[in-house]
Design a protein around this ligand. Structure first.
Ligand code: ZN
Length: 152
């Protein structure tokens, strides 16, 4: 294992032990729980907006493996201050990079702060769903239901 990988492992464990944005979200209905049955991860997520329409903060209630919890924790920092369209586009790029798609998936994650710690995940297909769970939950929280147009 390289020094870089050890550093990434440390970052992931730190987020797992002290997840940013962790909260009890009893108000989120059971039907909106996102699950990754292959690993047993589950997650509720809530987006709060500021008066300017930007994402003020993201809260999540995560149960699962270190990768899924750490990814949700990193997400909260990565999308704070973005408008929904920017956050959606980031989520799409992160998911693609986790799957190892694109010109330089590793470079993309490594250029995005602590998300760099997820760069090794693409090598482990079983872990990709763990790392993607929070980002998919964010997309479903932000994406307008079909047939509606709320501008943006
Ligand atoms: Zn998992």
């Amino acid at each position: 294992m390289s020094d870089f990988d050890e550093l990434y492992q440390e970052i992931i464990l730190d987020h797992y032990r002290r997840p940013r944005g962790a909260a009890r979200l009893d108000e989120v209905p059971e039907g909106e729980i996102h699950e990754n049955p292959t690993c047993g991860d589950s997650l509720k997520l809530k987006v709060e907006f500021g008066p300017d329409g930007r994402i003020a903060r993201v809260l999540h209630e995560s149960r699962g493996c270190a990768i899924s919890v750490a990814s949700a924790s990193m997400l909260t920092g990565a999308v704070a201050g973005l408008v929904p369209a920017e956050a959606l586009s980031l989520a799409g790029e992160v998911e693609a990079a986790l799957r190892g798609e694109g010109d330089d998936p590793r470079g993309f994650l490594e250029g995005n702060g602590e998300l760099a710690a997820l760069a090794g995940v693409a090598a482990f297909p079983a872990r990709v769903k763990c790392a993607s769970l929070a980002w998919r939950a964010l997309e479903s929280a932000l994406a307008p239901p079909p047939g509606t147009d709320r501008g943006s």
